[in-house]
Design a protein around this ligand. Structure first.
Ligand code: DPP
Ligand code: ZN
Length: 876
């Protein structure tokens, strides 16, 4: 494939003015007529041809100002339309006809059918699978759309913008027209046509406009969309309160679709969602699912301003909308739920998904400089690290200047296709500050290391803090210059108070934030009132690897005392991570108590502290994932040893905390009435964590088995099933529980995904044999992305012991599935193949086996561009 480079950006030769699309839907085909008003851009050569993008298209007709274009004046191939001899000065109308077969579109990009519903996915380059177009984000025009379809199969006809006329066409067909007054790029285009059910509501904006809200689902499912509607209204109100952003059309529609590559898509006025992020009820969805729906609904809604009103100039700027919108949805969740628990969740995600990517062969800067396949850049780096960069700007500037910068961004760039440089500039202008050292974060890949050293001079009561940053060059081969980063800190006294101190010497500190910009900086504090405990990198104020030689006694004291609750969690979590990494990297006998008595005691004490938020305590009991431990070890990793170390750690916590866990279990009756609010969810999370430890501690799977029987909601039921699957994978009770669960939920697609996913992630060598059987299960299919991900994705991405079986069978099985999937849906295959992104950390024998698998794949001529790109980069 061809490499696209940021440096090669240039404007289009022609300017599009507007487009009128007529889409005729039939059983077995669709016909698209596109009328584009065009003019040659000033400066374009008078004989330059118009070159439009296509992908697997068939041209049916081509007219210029109403007349057929002569054959000599155009070339049409499946992926390109080139028209010559166009007017040099006058505006003209190009009329392009294409025919496609949505039923055969298994890539789920462009126009396709899901459960009989016609729907579209155009980001990033799906519009070119519908018609020839300038399919790039800097071509912004108004769209008018007329959909014609059979009335029985598609009584509902939707597109972007506001509804216009509709009517009958005879022959059992009808039509509807939609008009979107806002200029938009092609990736935000959407239509949906189908036999759908709707729930409706309305929202009155701050300036008094009433917006009609609709959520459309498959027949019989609309009652499961109530919570999504509630989340939507809360998102609309929050964006007005927090960022002064109001909605701008008369209608806002959401459609839930079963077969969907992404989580959801922010098409203007018509968000199309993977039904996983819309449909919920207590019997089928967990608290985590509720939180996921809330977040994704908010995220897509927030895109209306950060993504749609202001879009990206080119796909290199993807983080402009995604990093910013993730930051916005994180802030929404923090305000709606709990700030500390929210932050713990996003830091866990960052460390387990983004850090490994940033430290391995798929490394790329938040704003990449080149790509071969843009679909492969919807990554943790662009999204999650991208959000961290926005968060750092907010921390460096403080809330007022940050809001001023955001206001300026909306004011200056509304209606633009913007760049990262323009984004950074608004904050420089709003705060009258120089962010050039900060902007390096967008261009330099890799996770910097932040090294902290402290010195306390008791005779002068003087405390010196030294911070050093460094960045190694990785696979992306980008720069390693020192960057500007915020380090939030406190000097904590023995009673848990932050001492009011200010530095007498050193660089820039604003309130409790060190604005570190040099490779090394020292700060001197006089008269600190005795040796303090340093609480540093509070709230994970910068996405770095922290190296801080602090005594265990100080750390355990901070775990109790720190006024910053996030850091209380992080202290314990880091200690556990370090201990498990040490135990998991040793050869010879496993230590029976890898955490040590004091740390275990501290964890149990925190878990039992009723003065703390239950959700927080549940997070403390949730040990770092095996893959996070692998990353900490970094080289010569044996996943079985890590798993064994984590298992011993859990047993030690279970043994020490026995009475605490019993108490927590008894305090929360299983039949309490279900409410999805954060406080109730936190209580359930703590009770279920306690159940896990209780079952492990006593070696009693029956305790979890019992819970499955008497649980009144999916959160408790799934948690109990997960305890069986993860802690007792080979017990006969586990199989029985899985069978009972299956019988109950056989016809609930989203619950069945959980059932497959749990089994795909079950640890141990017996797992692969079971997965091979499940793969042939009548309910398994590769055509539905959620189902494919549920079994194969969870096996490759969340099951380090079974996937990395020493005999290499896990890799071989996975390779065969990738090839099958690649022939159906390359985007999903490529995404799953990133499971190999950390392969060089493994011990040699496993590396050799993976190398054979990857090079075998690389030699296969039939690989899609998507999968080939991932395979080549992983091998490089
Ligand atoms: N729909 C995806 C998201 O919102 C891509 N834009 O992140
Ligand atoms: Zn997004």
């Amino acid at each position: 494939g061809q490499t696209v480079k940021l440096a090669d950006y240039s404007e289009t030769d022609f300017v599009f003015k507007d487009v009128f699309l007529t889409i005729r839907l039939f059983e077995g085909s669709a016909e698209i007529d596109s009328e584009i008003r065009i003019e040659r851009r000033a400066g374009t050569a008078p004989d330059a041809p118009l070159v439009l993008d296509g992908d697997e298209l068939t041209l049916t007709h081509l007219k210029l100002n109403g007349r057929a274009v002569a054959e000599a004046d155009y070339d049409a191939s499946a992926d390109r339309l080139k028209v010559r001899n166009l007017p040099a000065d006058d505006e003209f109308v190009l009329h392009v006809g294409t025919r496609i077969v949505p039923e055969r579109n298994t890539k789920l990009m462009g126009l396709y059918r899901s459960n009989g519903i016609w729907c579209t996915q155009c980001e990033a380059e799906g519009f070119r699978r519908i018609t020839y177009f300038y399919d790039r984000p800097d071509v912004l025009i108004p769209y008018k759309v007329r959909i014609e379809a059979p009335k029985d199969a598609a009584p509902v006809l939707l597109s972007n913008g506001n509804p216009g006329e509709s009517g009958d066409l005879g022959d059992g067909r009808h039509y509807a027209v939609w008009d979107d007054p806002f200029k938009k790029p092609s990736y935000l285009f959407a239509i949906v046509a189908g036999d759908l059910e709707r729930i409706g509501d309305s929202f009155t904006t701050a300036s008094g406009t009433e917006v009609t809200l609709g959520i459309y689902t498959d027949k019989g499912k609309s009652h499961q969309a109530e919570y999504a509607m509630d989340a939507l209204k809360r998102s609309m109100a929050w964006d007005e309160r927090r960022f002064g952003r109001e909605y701008d059309l008369d209608v806002f529609n959401i459609v839930a679709i079963a077969d969907f590559n992404m989580g959801a898509m922010e098409n203007k006025g018509l968000n199309v969602f993977n039904h996983k992020y819309v449909l919920l009820d207590p019997d089928t969805a967990t608290d985590q699912d509720y939180a996921g729906v809330e977040t994704v609904i908010a995220h897509e809604y927030f895109h209306n301003w950060t993504g749609n009103r202001i879009t990206c100039r080119d796909w290199f700027q993807l983080c402009l909308k995604e990093g910013l919108t993730v930051f916005r949805d994180q802030e929404f969740t923090a305000d709606e739920r709990d700030r500390t628990v929210q932050r713990i969740g996003s830091v866990r995600r960052l460390k387990s998904m983004q850090f490994p990517e940033d430290q391995g062969p798929l490394q790329h800067p938040v704003r990449p400089g080149e790509y071969r396949e843009i679909n492969n850049f919807y990554t943790a780096t662009v999204y999650d690290k991208g959000a961290e960069l926005v968060r750092m700007i907010a921390t460096l500037l403080g809330p007022e200047d940050f809001r001023k910068g955001m206001d300026l961004y909306f004011q200056r760039h509304d209606g633009d296709a913007a760049t990262i440089e323009e984004f950074v500039k608004v904050f420089e202008d709003a705060a009258s500050t120089d962010l050039s050292r900060f902007a390096l974060w967008y261009h330099q890949a890799g996770t910097p290391t932040l090294t902290i050293t402290e010195d306390y001079d008791a005779s002068d009561d003087r405390y010196t803090l030294t911070l050093a940053q460094s960045l190694n060059q990785g696979a992306a081969k980008t720069g390693t210059e020192p960057m500007l980063l915020p380090v939030k800190f406190g000097l904590v006294g023995p009673n848990g108070e932050d001492r009011a101190v200010s530095a007498s010497r050193g660089g820039d500190i604003r309130d409790d934030v060190i604005q570190l910009s040099e490779a090394e900086e020292s700060f001197v504090f006089e008269n600190v009132g005795g040796k303090p405990f340093l609480s540093v990198l509070r709230d994970f104020s910068a996405p770095v690897n922290l190296v801080h030689a602090q005594s265990e006694a100080d750390r355990l004291a901070l775990a109790r005392l720190d006024p910053n609750p996030f850091n209380r969690w992080r202290t314990l979590n880091d200690l556990v991570g370090e201990r498990l990494a040490k135990a998991g990297s040793q050869t010879g006998d496993q230590p029976t108590d890898p955490l040590g008595n004091e740390l275990v005691g501290s964890i149990v004490e925190t878990a039992g502290d009723d003065g703390l938020d239950p959700a927080f305590r549940a997070q403390v009991l949730n040990l770092p994932a095996d893959m996070e431990i692998a990353r900490l070890i970094g080289a010569n990793v044996d996943p079985d040893r890590i798993h064994a170390a984590a298992t011993s750690a859990r047993e030690a916590i279970a043994a020490k905390g026995r009475s605490v866990f019993e108490r927590l279990l008894n305090a929360t009756p299983a039949d309490a009435r279900f409410s999805p609010d954060a406080a109730s969810a936190g209580k359930r999370a703590l009770a279920n964590a306690a159940l896990g430890y209780a079952a492990v501690g006593e070696g009693r799977p029956d305790r979890a088995f019992e819970r499955i029987g008497n649980a009144s909601n999916m959160t408790d039921r799934q948690a109990a099933l997960a305890i069986l699957v993860f802690r007792f994978p080979d017990h006969e009770m586990t199989q029985r529980a899985l069978d009972i669960f299956y019988e109950r939920y056989e016809s609930e697609a989203l619950v069945l995904d959980k059932w497959f996913a749990l089994q795909g992630a079950a640890p141990g060598t017996a797992t692969l044999d079971r997965i091979e059987v499940l793969y042939r299960h009548p309910r398994f299919t590769l055509k539905n992305p959620n189902r494919a991900r549920s079994l194969i994705g969870s096996f490759a991405g969340m099951n380090p012991t079974a996937f990395n079986r020493a005999d290499g069978r896990g890799y071989a099985w996975f390779r065969d599935r990738l090839l099958e999937l690649d022939a159906i849906n390359p985007q999903i295959a490529a995404r799953m193949a990133t499971a190999f992104r950390t392969w060089r950390m493994l011990e040699e024998e496993r590396q050799r086996k993976i190398h054979d698998v990857l090079s075998g794949l690389a030699n296969m001529p039939q690989l899609s561009k998507d999968l080939r790109d991932i395979v080549d980069r992983t091998l490089a």
